[in-house]
Design a protein around this ligand. Structure first.
Ligand SMILES: *[C@@H]1O[C@H](CO)[C@@H](O)[C@H](O)[C@H]1NC(C)=O
Ligand SMILES: *[C@@H]1O[C@H](CO)[C@@H](O)[C@H](O)[C@H]1NC(C)=O
Length: 635
């Protein structure tokens, strides 16, 4: 039933041997090395590029004492991306020496189109694709020393504390590097460093640190250990491997818990100001002897959902007539209804099947969903239960759904309208994920679930409903409730659900809005069949992403920079690794900011191809089609 044809091949090679290399009489520890299983298609150009990036980097180390660098070259359309990093405690000459060792060692990969070597002191990697932002999507590694510390108990205790602190502090330091020395009972010491690649984001660095920390912890109480990943490195030892005067005081980075604490400070300041104002106001009111009461609680009380009578809904929809039917969604048919008081509503008859769990869940869910108020989310007005029937009543959206504009005959949207939909949808999702008191994952974001109001502002429909789906109605896994073509690979294949699955689907929607192309439609370009996401990635890699833009959008309506940025955001959202995708509130910030995109380079996406009998993009939850999935990496 579930057939995996191609899994992103780039993931395969990140696990190979550990050796020792003896350099200039001293043991420089080679921690990990790996070669891509594919040869460069145009080896001459590719390795000429590689050589050039190497000499660029050598120059940067020698002339600018750099400890980190990236370089990319293009030659006759052949792209090469290279990155190196030395641990910051190395002197310029030691860094150069480690780099030279690495460039020699990496030649063992011969004609491979990707290679990396990781030493204790430095690392070097090149690829035919951009990877600079990768931190931990390829699988991590750890090597532990085989001696146990004499101060076993204390060494472990101190070690755990130090590694935890490094994990927290490093992503906040400038340059993503920290080195500490801590005393251990019995006169020994615990030396440790942590480092991320400088092209990572703070969040990616933290994610990487967390994995490295977990791995490295398993080495304690052995005297030394090293954890590595694509974008970070952590090492500790009882033996000094950097000088005492090279440690970094990480205390200041530990005192505050990041942004939440920042908010606490702002809150504190604001609170203080408010307090002053209140004191001032009291003073003033005492003087004037006029104290106002009431009018203080401005918040409107939350109303519970309305319980509609079945007969009223039946009348409102002319007995659920075909004429009143607006469409068929993943959870059942939707009808336009006119209530007795003249109000027009959308009435959704759910197809949920029998389940006692559902009986219990229904009212609770309805209550929860009806408390969600946001201008980019469709309001649930109430519900109705009769026998096995479960009906939801929503506010009515005159302009139906986004897919009818993009792929149907509702007329074309201009760029301003499309941008508003992109931003509004992000805001609605950010609210569901992060601002509502319960985090609601939509699980089925697609253009058909984005409704448009009279002003063509977007409102997301059907949120919270997936939680009502009983397990036996889904085919792929008990937790799967998405639409193929929009569904994040980790969710479609492994049922791993997080807010980032919505982020992925959102990215696909954005690409559809920009291109006017369906995610599941194949475009034939240069004799290769490509889905939208693959096409977008390929164009992006070549810097030709503007070719993606729908011809129906007037080029005078947008700036090239803005459009490129939004395409890049969409690609950030569809990255293969859920951890590297931005949260929806970050997406909102990115959309609204002018710059901020520097160093936020998307990594290669993965697309779940569908071979459904029914290719209309219906929810799997409601279709009986057999599904086979293949995952395509967008090469
Ligand atoms: C790249 O440099 C290596 C080592 O210096 C050399 O053997 C090789 O021929 C060079 N490759 C190209 C394509 O220039
Ligand atoms: C650090 O200590 C070493 C000796 O261990 C010394 O040579 C070096 O100058 C010191 N560096 C700084 C910046 O104090």
């Amino acid at each position: 039933m579930l057939q995996l044809k191609v899994v992103a091949l780039i993931l395969i090679w990140w696990s190979s041997g550990v050796e020792h290399a003896t350099v200039a009489g001293q043991q420089r520890r080679l921690i990990n090395t790996g070669c891509s299983p594919f040869n460069a298609s145009n080896a001459r150009s590719f390795f000429a590029n590689v050589n050039e990036t190497f000499s660029d980097m050598r120059g940067e180390i020698r002339n600018q004492s750099k400890h980190f660098g990236t370089s990319q070259k293009s030659r006759g359309g052949v792209l090469t991306y290279t990155m190196f990093q030395c641990r910051n405690y190395l002197s310029k000459n030691d860094c150069l020496s480690c780099f030279n060792t690495a460039t020699t060692q990496i030649r063992n990969c011969s004609r491979a189109n990707g290679a990396r070597v990781i030493y204790n002191d430095c690392f070097l990697r090149y690829e035919s694709e951009r990877f600079y932002q990768q931190t931990n999507e390829l699988g991590s590694g750890v090597t532990c020393g085989n001696k146990t510390s004499n101060a076993t108990v204390d060494f472990r205790t101190v070690g755990q504390k130090v590694l935890t602190d490094l994990q927290t502090a490093t992503p906040k330091t400038k340059g993503f590097y920290a080195a500490t020395k801590s005393k251990v009972a019995g006169g020994s010491a615990f030396y440790a460093i942590a480092q991320c690649v400088e092209t990572a984001t703070e969040i990616n660095c933290l994610n990487c640190m967390q994995v490295a920390y977990k791995n490295l912890q398993s080495c304690l109480p052995n005297t030394d250990g090293t954890a590595y990943d694509a974008g970070c490195f952590m090492r500790y030892s009882e033996t000094p491997f950097f000088a005492d005067n090279q440690t970094i005081d990480i205390g200041p980075y530990l005192k505050q818990g990041g942004s939440s604490k920042k908010w606490a400070i702002i809150g504190g300041v604001v609170g203080g100001v408010v307090l002053l104002l209140v004191l001032f106001a009291c003073q003033w009111s005492r003087k004037t002897k006029k104290v106002h009461r009431g009018d203080i609680l401005g918040a409107t009380e939350l109303k519970g959902p309305v319980n509609y009578k079945y007969s009223d809904l039946k009348a409102a929809t002319k007995n659920f007539s075909a004429e009143n039917k607006l469409g068929e969604g993943g959870f059942g048919a939707v009808y336009k209804g006119t209530l007795k008081n003249g109000k027009i509503v959308a009435i959704k008859k759910l197809v949920l099947g029998k389940s006692s769990k559902m009986e219990d869940d229904f009212e609770g869910e309805v209550k929860l969903i009806s408390n969600v108020h946001h201008r980019n989310l469709v309001r649930l007005l109430g519900c109705c239960s009769k026998g096995e029937e479960r009906i939801l009543v929503y506010e009515y959206m005159a302009n139906s759904s986004l897919d009818r504009f993009l792929f149907g005959n509702k007329g074309s949207l201009n760029w301003k309208q499309r941008y508003d939909i992109i931003l509004g949808t992000a805001r609605g999702l950010a609210y569901l994920h992060e601002e509502f008191h319960v985090s609601i994952i939509h699980r089925d974001i697609k253009t058909g679930n984005i409704l448009l109001d009279d002003d063509l502002q977007p409102k997301i429909a059907d949120f919270g409903l997936a939680r009502l789906l009983p397990g036996d109605r889904t085919h792929l896994s008990t937790k799967f409730a998405g639409t193929l073509g929009y569904t994040a690979p980790e969710y479609a294949m492994h049922g791993q659900l997080s807010e980032k699955a919505d982020t992925y689907s959102y990215g696909i929607v954005v690409l559809e809005i920009i291109s006017g192309q369906k995610s599941t439609d194949v475009k034939n370009e240069e004799n290769s069949h490509e889905y939208l996401l693959q096409r977008a990635w390929k164009l992006y890699e070549r810097g030709m992403q503007l070719e993606l833009v729908d011809e129906g959008i007037d080029p005078n309506d947008y700036s090239a920079e803005e459009m490129k940025k939004i395409i890049e955001i969409a690609l950030l959202c569809t990255q293969a690794s859920a951890a590297t995708r931005p949260t929806m509130s970050e997406v909102v910030v990115l959309l609204k900011s002018k710059s901020l995109m520097e160093y936020l380079r998307p990594t290669m996406p993965v697309f779940v191809e569908t071979n459904m009998v029914n290719r209309e993009g219906n929810s799997v939850g409601s279709s009986n089609a057999t599904v086979s999935i293949s995952v395509l990496s967008a090469r």
